[in-house]
Design a protein around this ligand. Sequence first.
Ligand code: ZN
Length: 190
Amino acid sequence: MGESLSTKIETIKVCHTLLQSPQFFQFLVQIDTDLAAQMHASACQCGGVLHRANYPRKPKACPEEVLFEFQSRWSFCCNLCRKRSTPMSVRFLGRRVYVALAVVVLAVKRNKINAATTLAGEALGVPERTSARWRQWWLQVFGATALWQAQCARFIPGVELTELPQSLMARFTGTAHEARRMLGRLEWTE
Ligand SMILES: [Zn+2]
């Protein structure tokens, strides 16, 4: 019990360090914004119009500074058949209530076989198959998104797509100097 708690605190500390790089956090929000906008622009299968109907979330392992952006999962509801449409999210995973970023951290650690990693996963309640599915999205879908197609040329040297999301994350968590350079290159569009 005590060990599980200390693992959880350790994971929160790692996430906190990552989120001290606001550019990376901003990038995650931008990806989600983009995915939600695409879905919003499409019609429901029945031909109805999608209206925003977000799910409230109480994320685990989320630093207070960014809690606001993690308090709702963007989702839509059809005005005719009431069917839900929820876009893929890099901030949230499925219906589970935790921050996807924590899973990035877990995935990084998982590459190095580590007993503490298993404990961290248990502490955050992240099933293995969930992190596998999320990682699959990064490897197979992210590279083809309009957002990435528009932004990838700004990363020099190019981001290694087979190492996502860690390779991308690494670009945002370097020294303050590197982070500033990175910020200079990126242009955010609404
Ligand atoms: Zn509908």
